[in-house]
Design a protein around this ligand. Structure first.
Ligand code: PEP
Length: 252
């Protein structure tokens, strides 16, 4: 079922004390959201944040990444079993920072998607084009290829559990947001592409989030677009007031 979601990706920010303070502020300022809220803190905070948000049924725990192997000699890495054991429900996969700084490739992302689903968690799969691709107007094909290479091996039943986050790289952390029209155009194109593979009903049921400098000022306009089902929020998820306003912008 298509859901409205606001997901906060804290990236490598917040320790235990200030992280829990942030969650407290978000809980206080969020009455009855019109959709689901996912909080994705850094790994060491997952368990404590999870305990805090458990009291509200609309709040869900997310991880920012997982390893693509089940277990073994991978010093410093975190497996899907570990994430699942501390109550994680969503896993962000394929964020552009992971693709760029950690050289994560489509086959590796497909393996992460498979493991995440096999542990009963939902992937939030990120896609999006760099600026030079947007400038030569090949962004739709670029994003279609990202979806095809890491998601389209899934059976319909599994694909239905995936949340897609369209995040144009030129808009992430730059303060340069895609216009509501640019976001709608791409979200619609993604839905058409999904329909070609899985059919119209699956495409209509897929949740597609926008990410990239989404903030308290522009969230309502972005979320008002018919194919935009909420947002994946970086910087603005670190301020309780702003994040609460973004949550309030969900159209329900
Ligand atoms: C992100 O990193 O997923 C993101 C959307 O970041 P920001 O909101 O800071 O652009």
């Amino acid at each position: 079922m298509r859901q409205q979601i606001v997901a906060g990706n804290w990236k490598m920010n917040k320790g235990l004390e200030d992280g829990l303070e942030l969650v407290k502020g978000i809980l206080e300022k969020t009455e009855k959201p019109k959709g689901l809220i996912v909080i994705a803190p850094p790994f060491p905070l997952l368990r404590e944040v999870g305990k805090m948000i458990k009291v509200r049924k609309y709040f869900h725990l997310g991880a920012q990444n997982c390893h693509h192997e089940e277990k073994g000699a991978f010093t410093g890495e975190v497996s899907t079993d570990m994430l699942q054991s501390v109550g994680t429900e969503y896993v962000i996969i394929g964020h552009s920072e992971r693709r760029e700084y950690f050289k994560e490739k489509p086959a590796m992302l497909a393996a992460k998607v498979n493991l995440t689903l096999s542990r009963g968690m939902r992937p939030i799969f990120c896609c999006g084009e760099p600026l030079h691709i947007r400038e030569v107007d090949t962004h739709v094909g670029y994003v279609a290829k990202q979806l095809k290479s890491s998601l389209f091996h899934l059976k319909e039943e599994d694909f239905r559990k995936v949340v897609i986050a369209y995040e144009p790289i030129w808009a992430i952390g730059t303060g340069r947001t895609a216009s509501a029209q640019q976001a709608q155009e791409m979200h619609h194109a993604i839905r058409v592409f999904i329909a070609k593979k899985y059919g119209k009903s699956v495409a209509n049921d897929t949740t597609i989030l926008y990410g990239g400098s989404c903030n308290a000022q522009n969230a309502a306009e972005l979320f008002s677009q018919p194919d935009v089902d909420g947002g994946l929020i970086g910087g603005a998820s670190l301020k309780a007031d702003d994040f609460a306003v973004i949550i309030g912008a969900l159209k329900g």
